[in-house]
Design a protein around this ligand. Structure first.
Ligand SMILES: Nc1nc2c(c(=O)[nH]1)N[C@H]1C(S)=C(S)[C@@H](COP(=O)(O)O)O[C@H]1N2
Ligand SMILES: [Mo]
Length: 326
């Protein structure tokens, strides 16, 4: 199957120098076809959304937020590039598949299930978790493990205080984030390359770092489905896949939970997945990256340790061998 990019001829050139994880997923696809398929659990759609003043803000609707000091000076990616160059494998492998397919996912009246090592298990409305009058905008670097990056103005709230409200038990050490499953809309589930639902996790010390963010919007609007509506994590010092889109379940655990890419290939995708120019991916160097959405030719820049956030997060890993624990 050939990859197709609808726009931006330079993405073709970019692709030629990347060895994206979709190459890996395609190998898994062949294995799956040969009878090694993973299983996919499914749940149904959600009922229609009743508009109330305090309700979640619809995908693409205007959203107001106060500016935050967490703002990098680099030029922001064009909104169209953010919307149309996406990784969301549930909706297909090509970068423009999510923009084409994800709109069919119903994200109104969203519920989040909270479970595991918590004193507050249950099913929550988004407005139970997010105060939509207290949103902030943070302009973060986003670095995909495939060696492209974007600078994105996210809107949301810090993750730590939301998790605290959900009362993890004293023994809880990790928060796992599981993505919504929608059998009808998610035309990519058939590929079987990852175990669904998509899963990501953070150690609670990482989740409590002030940079860890729960995004509900970007570019002054409610998140669009292809970008993880209505709620996703953003962990700017880690590779992009650590941010789970369209979160349906938050599970607190005492042990390190399985995470989608780490389970698929632990040698290539570590649990921590901190951006690290000194730790090559087994199939490519991570020393450089291509900046997308800032003009015609995707300028190259040096990848920074912890994606430029070392001053804020370095303390978390000071006793850890970051090559071994990648
Ligand atoms: N559920 C889910 N979340 C996901 C992914 C995915 O395939 N499924 N891809 C990840 C990857 S690899 C990246 S780089 C970011 C991309 O986010 P964006 O498309 O909004 O820029 O989402 C991450 N979250
Ligand atoms: Mo990514």
């Amino acid at each position: 199957m050939e990859l197709k990019f609808r726009r931006h001829p330079d993405y073709q050139a970019l692709r030629a120098e990347m060895t994206p994880h979709e190459m890996y997923i395609r190998r898994r696809e062949l294995l799956a076809a040969a009878g090694f398929a993973g299983t996919a659990a499914m749940i149904g759609g959600l009922p229609a959304f009743a508009q109330t003043p305090s309700a979640q803000i619809a995908a693409g609707a205007a959203m107001t937020a106060k500016k935050s000091s967490y703002t990098v000076a680099d030029p922001q990616a064009a909104e169209q590039d953010f919307n149309e160059f996406c990784n969301f494998y549930e909706f297909g492998l090509n970068k423009d598949d999510p923009a084409r397919n994800a709109g069919k996912m119903d994200v109104s009246n969203w519920k989040i299930t909270v479970e595991g090592e918590t004193d507050a298990p249950g099913t929550y409305d988004l407005r139970d978790l997010i105060d939509y009058s207290q949103l902030e905008e943070r302009v973060y670097r986003h670095r995909c493990v495939e060696r492209w990056s974007m600078v994105v103005p996210w809107i949301g709230v810090p993750l730590g205080p939301v998790l605290a409200k959900l009362k993890p038990k004293t023994g809880a050490k990790y928060a796992q984030f599981l993505t919504h499953l929608d059998r009808k809309a998610m035309v990519g589930l058939a590929y079987g390359g990852l175990d669904w639902p998509y899963s990501e996790a953070l150690h609670l010390n990482e989740a409590r770092n002030d940079l860890a963010f729960l995004a509900v919007g970007a570019y002054g609007k409610g998140l669009k489905q292809q970008n993880g509506a209505p709620i996703r994590t953003v962990v700017p010092w880690k590779y992009g896949y650590k941010g789970a889109k369209s979160i349906a379940t938050i599970r607190f655990t005492t042990m390190q939970p399985p995470t989608a890419w780490n389970v698929a290939n632990p040698r290539e995708y570590g649990f921590y997945s901190n951006v690290n120019p000194n730790r090559s991916h087994p199939r490519w160097s991570q020393a450089q990256e291509r900046v997308l959405g800032v003009g015609g030719f995707n300028p190259q820049r040096k990848t920074e340790m912890f994606n430029g956030y070392e001053a804020q997060v370095g303390y978390l890993y000071k006793d850890i061998d970051l090559i071994k624990y990648h």
